[in-house]
Design a protein around this ligand. Structure first.
Ligand SMILES: Nc1ncnc2c1ncn2[C@@H]1O[C@H](COP(=O)(O)OP(=O)(O)O)[C@@H](O)[C@H]1O
Ligand SMILES: [Mg+2]
Length: 356
């Protein structure tokens, strides 16, 4: 196992800069997830760590050694891609042992390591099958098995679950996490799916347009997003963002365009009349029928909870409630934010103004 450090890493394609100086320090044994919208540079960064893309600036280190000019196969890493890229004419056993055969490892050792990986992944009964006779989840497991037999210092995953259906994704998610708990190999995992990131990672790196927006534990990012982008990206349904300004007279409140007022926490320094964005997660809105501050526009029960979409002055918000309220579209209700959970963002920069 090894630590991985990315320092001021840049990537250019011709004149186009894709990564603009990325800094990430990954501890030995950590499970770190790079998450962000499609095209933000996640795969490019992962491929630079793997040695499949040249580094245009800065340094990539594995186990304290700068590897910018070290060939991929000398980096002691194993990568699992979205497309499993199994050899169709080879059995599961041959696929899993391929890299060891290539490295001319002794036959008995290859057999033992493949057996061990197959046992970890529950593939023992499939070793004689060909990839075409496997389900998507089984193929994904073989691709992981191929990485495991190499006993690398670092695992790199690039959207490994994207080709699986929703149910299998959830299952493989917990399998990969358990695998990490068992092997404790440093892992860097790329996904665009924030739920995958939240449920699996020790720490999450949120990227956008070639920049790192924030690094933290899943709950850190959820509770203390540094800016509007992270606040909106993490969580589903997303945080409600309400445009407005700090009241210019009367009690210090937040005034939504159109006149509705919301309470402001007193631990954030704001100017009278200042434009701002009020952020509140759906579960931190308290819904009380009847009332008059808001009007229901949509009710969406999911079973465990119900999502209520409502208009609050000129703003539209989503509230999540666990009680089964007898509400209908058009009903007037009262919606009150839990003031301890209010986020306030600068209207111009999107930076958080309330630091928890
Ligand atoms: N070989 C290339 N030449 C030019 N641009 C590229 C190349 N590969 C990737 N890009 C661009 O780099 C950006 C980041 O791509 P990528 O790392 O694949 O994003 P992600 O994995 O986050 O979806 C994208 O805008 C993509 O079009
Ligand atoms: Mg990608």
């Amino acid at each position: 196992m090894a630590s991985v450090s990315v320092a001021k890493a840049r990537k250019n394609y011709g004149h186009l800069e894709i990564l603009h100086g990325v800094d990430i320090d990954i501890q030995d044994g950590e499970f770190v997830i790079l998450v962000g919208p499609s095209g933000c540079g996640k795969s490019t960064l992962l491929r630079m760590i793997a040695g499949l893309e040249e580094v245009s600036g800065g340094d990539i280190s594995i186990g304290g050694r700068v590897v910018n000019n070290v060939a991929p196969k000398e980096r002691d890493i194993a990568m699992v891609f979205q497309s499993y890229a199994l050899y169709p004419h080879m059995t599961v056993e041959a696929n899993m042992g391929f890299s060891l055969r290539l490295a001319k490892a002794p036959k008995e050792e290859i057999k033992a390591r493949v057996q061990e990986a197959a046992q970890i992944l529950g593939l023992e009964h499939l070793l004689d099958r060909y990839p075409r006779n496997l389900s998507g989840g089984q193929r994904q497991r073989v691709a992981m098995g191929r990485a495991i037999v190499r006993q690398p210092q670092v695992f790199l995953f690039d959207e490994p679950l994207s080709n699986l259906d929703a149910k299998l994704r959830v299952q493989m998610r917990s399998e990969i996490k358990q695998l990490h708990q068992r092997l404790k190999t440093t892992t860097i995992y790329v996904t665009h799916d924030q739920i995958e990131a939240m449920t699996m990672a020790d720490r999450i790196v949120v990227m956008r347009d070639g920049y790192v927006e924030q690094i933290g534990t899943p709950l850190d990012l959820y509770d203390r997003p540094a800016n509007l982008f992270v606040a909106g990206f993490i969580g589903s349904p997303g945080m409600n963002f309400i445009k407005g300004k700090v009241s210019s007279d009367g009690p210090l409140e937040f005034e939504i365009d159109g006149g509705v007022r919301l309470p402001l926490p007193d631990d954030v320094s704001l100017e009278r009349g200042q434009d701002a964005i009020y952020g509140i997660r759906p579960e931190h809105l308290v819904v009380r029928p009847p009332g008059s501050s808001a009007r229901v526009t949509l009710i969406e029960p999911t079973g465990a909870e119900t999502q209520i979409t409502a208009t609050l002055g000129t703003a539209q918000v989503i509230a999540t409630v666990r009680d089964r309220l007898a509400l209908q579209s058009g009903d007037p209700i009262s919606i009150v934010p839990d003031i301890a959970k209010v986020h306030i963002f600068d209207a111009a920069t999107g930076k958080t103004l309330r630091v928890f």
